[in-house]
Design a protein around this ligand. Structure first.
Ligand code: GLU
Length: 545
């Protein structure tokens, strides 16, 4: 067979040579040993936690080594593409601080190795497709859908491996005349790789996460170009990662079964194989067993979920790092205030079998992260969240920023900050009572007449000038005046001996002022509310009794 003639027949319009293409993508100017890596998501409209994990790993590996992280949009599967998905993708990754040095952006391409959207690279793939054909390493296949289905059914019936190989690879050795006849008839074709591999051969391979693997050669003549001339993931991966000078491919381990084919393909094209970092899936406990997080069953797989709940970006990153590198928590304890980026991330510490995602732990980490923020930061982030997810609350927060910041400053600073919030969504139930619009009516457990007496006494003695000690002494005095006890020890020993305690009186006051039985320190609350507003609230409650 004259492969050069076949290549001309299939790709008459391709005039550029692989050397010329290579010359358009010169070697990168990065330090020795720097990692050049990419995120290469498909724009399906669904951005999930796994994307963020992959983004963080790639970002750390690139930037820790002085290398480059770029974004390539793998849009070769037009059927799966959803309008606006690229924007959703880019915005979500940006929200989580995955900053790309180059690649696809909403405005277009940024960088010298583009285009960064695969459908726009069709002519590049064709240059290499033509080269493979001219070397006898690829050939056209005119099988129809029906023929391929019949092949699969036969393989199923014979209990054979699936795929286009051996006797099933019917177009592998057809003559140029047979091929020409099909082309002349206008029949659609795909370009297939001519595999020289055999499943009786195995070889060793080193993956940066999975370690030493024993791999069986691929014997299937897989598709390189689909009938519309658009490449499959496999072919595009080899060509793009070669031309974009990717040193490390960080991707989900669902690609591991395709690795033997990828290795073959790089070799056939004369490309240097990048290093591979195959990351395991995110798992969760379901009863007593672990399973992969599933798009259908687990809303917490979607990144939008965390944004909606209001987990701060910093908390998500912090939590995921604890999942990815087991030494991160020790490091964090030793360096509580250090920037997460000064932690030395290592792909070698990833769990090869996948990481366990634990929602309760995320909540815990998030509480810690928020407790370490200053009031100004909390206010900014909370307001940002509320503007998107709770416009009414956002209005209240921004109407008097200083008031909101005073509230958010409660219990901050110091060695043991309060840990009231894990998400921004929890802020309204926590602090809403500070706003008259969100104040709810109290439900007292004591007799209305008694509550009224307590509140009246409180009003009579309430003084804006009191410090917290004086304020509390007055609460104690009221307690004794109504025959309740301030001696909590005695009460605990013999509760039946007392009608109530100072804690009950405090709760009555707390309910009258906040509408709730739980709140931050009541004295502090009254200081922030101010004298007039506190008095007014107590008066309103008295009037309602
Ligand atoms: N488009 C592929 C995916 O979304 C990319 C895999 C890779 O990073 O090479 O799974």
């Amino acid at each position: 067979m004259d492969y050069t003639a076949l290549a001309e027949l299939l790709f008459p319009n391709v005039t550029e040579t692989p050397e010329e293409v290579h010359a358009r993508f010169p070697k990168r100017n990065v330090p020795e040993g720097a990692v050049v890596t990419r995120m290469a998501p498909s724009p399906t409209g669904f951005v999930h936690l796994g994307n963020l994990v992959q983004g963080m790993i790639s970002e750390r590996m690139a930037h820790q080594s002085g290398g480059v992280l770029f974004l390539r949009v793998e849009d070769t599967d037009a059927k799966r593409e959803v309008p606006g998905a690229v924007e959703v993708l880019i915005n979500s990754l940006r929200h989580y601080n995955i900053n790309f040095d180059e690649g696809a952006t909403i405005e277009g391409d940024n960088g010298a190795y583009g285009p960064y959207r695969q459908r726009q690279r069709a002519s590049i793939y064709h240059v290499f497709a033509k080269k493979l054909v001219s070397e006898g390493k690829a050939y056209p296949c005119f099988c129809t859908e029906e023929e391929l289905t019949a092949m699969r059914e036969q393989q199923e019936a014979n209990k054979e491996n699936f795929g286009y190989y051996g006797k099933y690879a019917i177009w592998r050795d057809k003559s140029i005349e047979e091929i020409k006849a099909q082309l002349d008839a206008g029949n659609p074709w795909v370009l297939r790789f001519r595999s020289e591999g055999s499943i009786s051969n195995q070889f060793k391979f080193d993956d940066l996460v999975k370690g030493k693997l024993t791999i069986t050669e691929n014997d299937v003549d897989n598709v390189l170009l689909k009938s519309d001339g658009i490449p499959t993931y496999h072919f595009a991966h080899a060509i793009d990662d070669e031309l974009m000078h990717t040193t490390h491919v960080v991707r989900g381990d669902e690609w591991l079964p395709s690795l033997p084919f990828h290795i073959q393909l790089f070799k056939a094209l004369g490309f240097k194989l990048p290093k591979y970092v195959h990351i395991g899936p995110l798992m969760k406990m379901d009863g007593n067993s672990k399973r992969k997080l599933s798009k259908r069953k687990d809303p917490e797989l979607a990144l939008t979920y965390y944004k909606g709940e209001g987990f701060p970006v910093q908390a998500m990153r912090e939590y995921l790092m604890t999942v990815l590198n087991s030494n991160f928590e020790d490091w964090r304890r030793a360096n509580p205030d250090a920037d997460i980026e000064s932690f030395k991330f290592s792909p070698k510490k990833l769990n090869p079998a996948g990481s366990l995602f634990d929602y309760a732990k995320l909540v815990d980490v998030s509480k810690n992260v928020i407790s370490r923020m200053d009031a100004e930061t909390v206010y900014t982030l909370l307001l940002q969240w509320a503007e998107e997810f709770d416009a009414d609350f956002a209005k209240l927060l921004s109407a008097d920023a200083d008031y909101a910041k005073q509230i958010l400053a409660i219990g901050r600073g110091g060695k043991k900050p309060r840990k009231d919030l894990a998400t921004w969504q929890e802020a309204k139930p926590y602090m809403g009572f500070f706003y008259d619009e969100l104040l709810s009516a109290p439900e007292f457990t004591f007799d209305a007449a008694l509550v009224k007496t307590v509140l009246e006494k409180y009003l009579a003695s309430f003084d804006a000038a009191d410090d917290s000690g004086t304020w509390f002494n007055k609460v104690k005095a009221i307690t004794e005046e109504i025959g309740f006890t301030t001696d909590m020890k005695a009460y605990k020993q013999n509760p039946d001996a007392f009608p109530g305690t100072v804690a009950d009186v405090s709760t009555m006051l707390r309910q009258a002022i906040t509408g709730k039985t739980n709140s931050p320190d009541l004295y502090t609350v009254t200081r922030i509310l101010g004298f007039d507003r506190t008095v007014e609230r107590v008066k309103n409650v008295i009037a309602s009794l």
